[in-house]
Write a protein that binds this ligand. Structure first.
Ligand SMILES: [Mg+2]
Length: 219
């Protein structure tokens, strides 16, 4: 039996798409509470983000309003995002599903935020709910041993794989446990940059440029 666990953000979909979706929502909410002159475009928020500005302060300033940052954070974290799996990710998940291998998810974040993403991406087509592990629900974050041992204990005597993007926390523990680890190289759109220095035990067994390459590694 093979057990193949994925990271969520910047692995199964690009987190920048979540950010854009949240900014869209924020713009719509601002439009509904302010005058028509305060026409704020989602692209302006994305540009402010890339300039390294505090986007919520930027919105307050450009619309001459003074909403608490907490309000924006709630809108951001609680919104129901518009997200879609890429064809490449769909084909990889379908491939593993056809083989009847176990697909899991180990992701860090708030329950509601991650659940909303999972729902938007319809991941329940591929991943059983008992194999979806979200740090806030589970009680510990990567690289905690528990988050990975969960799958070893649930599916003993299997081959285990972890596919992620963040060398700071994704691979170190599964490397120690003898899992095969696969890192998806940032195509330039990732929220967390990979060009940071890290010890070699943090590196994945394989770096791949395209998600479909996992089909050559896991076979
Ligand atoms: Mg990630």
């Amino acid at each position: 039996m093979k057990v193949i666990c994925f990271d969520l953000d910047d692995t199964l979909y690009k987190e920048i798409d979540y950010l854009k979706s949240a900014y869209q929502e924020i713009c719509e909410r601002i439009h509904s509470v302010t005058s028509i002159e305060n026409r704020l475009a989602c692209e302006d928020l994305v540009e402010a983000y890339y300039r390294g500005e505090n986007v919520f302060e930027y919105v307050n300033r450009s619309c001459h309003i003074d909403l608490p940052i907490e309000t924006y954070l709630n809108w951001y974290r609680l919104h129901e995002p518009q997200l879609k799996l890429s064809e490449a990710v769909e084909s990889v998940l379908s491939f593993f599903q056809e083989k009847q291998w176990i697909i899991g998810l180990i992701t860090d974040g708030r329950s509601i935020t991650q659940r909303n993403k999972i729902k938007a991406l319809s991941l329940s087509r591929f991943i059983d709910n008992s194999n979806i592990l979200i740090s806030e629900e589970f009680g510990s974050e990567k690289p905690n041993l528990k988050n990975y041992l969960y799958f070893q204990e649930k599916y003993p005597l299997s081959s285990y794989y972890y596919i992620g993007d963040n060398p700071k926390k994704d691979f170190i523990t599964p490397n120690q446990l003898g899992w095969t680890t696969i890192g998806l190289i940032d195509d330039g759109r990732n929220i967390h940059k990979q060009n940071v220095s890290y010890p070699k035990e943090n590196a994945p067994s394989y770096w791949i440029a395209e998600i479909q390459e996992v089909k050559q590694i896991i076979r």
